[in-house]
Design a protein around this ligand. Structure first.
Ligand code: BG6
Length: 471
């Protein structure tokens, strides 16, 4: 069995709007996560679930938080830049210097402890100012704005940031955009969704081109959510359906940036459904001229699919559940897998399978930028959090890493979700993922004090033994 390489990037992950808070501080403008039709979500409390106004207040606690990450022994930290700290409305002439200063400070703080910054350029928080003008659907506007934003990041931080991820979970933004990114996308919005999909691909290709020019030593890749799709049975129709589901859920979000073209099955799907996507020859040439350096991906679960039947017994839920496409495939429950308390299937072997499938299709280095268990934690009166369930979940996934590497996969890091407690995309602060507990709840901010969970001490041991001691 091959050993985990010495320079393996052990760390963890967050995203700006879910962790930072300070939603209108130091010139930051509103993102789609702050704004809501008719008013700011920050002034509301949606169905007993907190907003993103304060989150974990990482903006004001970043030094303390980074010190705790260093104490755990992190080699890397994956975080995102809040677009509206840099361009408050999305289309200003000059960047907001206070935003630039904050990320300079954060990056420098990480480097002080030799923690490699893994930067996500865009994680679900489009400036509301751009959304008001059509957002990702307004191709001319969004390409200009996204590329300008990228150029600023590469110029300001490229001397210290080596790893960039273009867009977090582009696939989930297309398939579950209404839940995650406050945008009206989904499989029922065919032309619109796939036009946005294509615009995002052009934006990412332009970002790659810009990085090569501005910061040629930098490395860049996408960060989709990949869940390998199993066939429900060995019936050939089910296997075909699972293959299609793999393509529609996973591969099309990497193909164009890794192989320079759209898969024929996708083009047929668009044509059969009358989805009319505006794609120019120049854009197709652009795709051919750029290539990603690695694939970052978020792994929580696998999916199971079968050929469409009359019985629609699978309940479609949020981003980590399955979904159906008429005449192509429908999701099914995998009876062999347990579920988290939020209904997500737990599949560590599927983690290995997903890595193998990525290796087969792309043969590129890969890094895990999310993986983890959302659960309701309890802080005891003596300041402890006994999150054995989280340790179990993570252990079972980490246990797969030597086999994944032994399979020949160039896996160079593992950054589970999340470094510290933060606000879930749509289920509040009570759905916790962190190694570090943040003392607040949905409607009471308490003292926001940080506590080390049991998983904190456990992960520290995992890292210091380079993955050998996972007991
Ligand atoms: C991923 C997202 O889909 O899953 C994160 O990239 C998110 O932003 C994570 O927080 C966990 O999902 P949730 O819905 O429980 O917050």
């Amino acid at each position: 069995m091959k050993k985990i390489p010495k320079d393996f990037l052990w760390g963890a992950s967050t995203s700006a709007y879910q962790v930072e808070g300070a939603w209108n501080i130091d010139g930051k403008g509103p993102s789609v996560q702050d704004a809501k039709a008719g008013g700011f979500i920050a002034d509301l409390n949606v169905k007993g679930i907190t907003d993103f106004k304060v989150a974990a207040d990482h903006y004001h606690h970043y030094k303390e938080d980074v010190a705790l990450m260093a104490e755990m022994g992190f080699k890397s930290y994956r975080f995102s830049i809040n677009w509206t700290r840099i361009f408050p409305n999305g289309n200003e002439q000059e960047p907001n210097q206070e935003g630039v200063i904050f990320y300079n400070n954060l990056i420098n703080e990480l480097l002080k402890y030799n923690i490699e910054p893994l930067v996500t350029i865009h994680h679900f928080d489009l400036p509301q100012g751009l959304e008001d003008l059509g957002g990702w659907n307004n191709k001319e506007l969004i390409l200009k704005a996204y590329v300008k934003y990228c150029e600023v990041l590469f110029k300001e931080f490229g001397d210290r940031v080596k790893y960039w991820q273009t867009i977090n979970e582009q696939n989930m933004m297309i398939l579950f955009g209404h839940i995650l990114a406050k945008q009206k996308t989904g499989i029922d919005e065919g032309t619109k969704s796939y036009q946005i999909f294509h615009n995002m691909n052009v934006a990412q290709a332009l970002a790659i081109r810009a990085l090569r020019k501005i910061s040629p030593n930098g490395k860049i890749g996408p960060a989709p959510n990949i869940a390998y799709v199993y066939p429900k049975t060995s019936k050939p129709e089910d296997i075909l359906a699972a293959d299609t589901a793999n393509l529609i859920r996973n591969w099309i979000y990497i193909d164009v940036l890794a192989k320079g073209k759209y898969d024929q099955i996708l083009l047929n799907y668009w044509q059969d459904n009358g989805y009319d996507i505006e794609i120019t020859e120049a854009e197709m040439e652009l795709f051919k001229s750029v290539k990603i350096d690695f694939i970052a991906f978020n792994y929580y679960s696998t999916m199971t699919a079968q050929a469409p039947t009359k019985e629609k017994d699978y309940k479609v839920g949020d981003q980590q559940m399955g979904f159906n496409i008429e005449n192509m495939f429908q999701s099914a429950t995998n009876e062999y897998l347990e579920k988290t308390e939020y209904g997500w299937e737990i599949d560590p072997v599927g983690f290995r399978m997903t890595c193998r499938a990525l290796k087969d299709r792309y043969d590129l280095p890969i890094i895990i930028t999310e993986n983890g268990l959302g659960a309701k934690d309890t802080l005891t009166s003596d300041g402890k959090v006994h999150d054995q369930y989280r340790i179990e979940y993570l252990r079972k996934h980490i246990e797969q890493i030597p086999s994944i590497i032994n399979d020949g996969v160039d896996l160079f890091g593992y950054n589970p979700w999340s470094a510290i407690d933060l606000v879930s995309t749509h289920q509040g602060i009570s759905k916790r993922y962190g190694f570090i507990y943040v003392n607040r709840d949905e409607d009471d901010l308490k003292d926001l004090k940080r506590y080390r969970k049991d998983s904190f001490y456990w992960y520290k041991k995992v890292i210091s033994s380079n993955g050998e001691d996972i007991k």
